[in-house]
Design a protein. Sequence first.
Length: 154
Amino acid sequence: MKASVLYRITSVLLLLFAAGHTFGFRQNVPEWKADAVLGLMRSVQFDAQGFNRTYWDFFSGFGLIFTVFLVFSAVVAWLLGGLPADTLARVPGIAWALAACFVAVTGLSWRYTFTIPIVFSAVITLCLIAAAALSAKQGSLSDRRVSSASASKG
């Protein structure tokens, strides 16, 4: 499989993850019996560096910030998937940094969340690691082809 295909698959998975997170993270499942906690999170107000906030504000704000991060990651993955193999091989830092970031997201998901985000983050991580590894490999193959073509012309 080509790195570009893996990056495009990752991008779609990230958008699905972002949508699921956005529509689900503020839901209250009755079986959790969290009504009292959520009520307190919404009602207790305090001053946070000059802003009147609640823990619900923090929870909502950081959850939406994570959505923005997921969408940005989807855009980066899509753009990486559109790069020629030789160009992609020249930016391994971007590919590996994105993969490393999702290794951390997977670890945090494992520690603090539940099955769906764990599965999404793990599959995304595996795709990003495979794409980064393939990018380097496919780039070196592309470089060898160019070198061989140049040598045979000269």
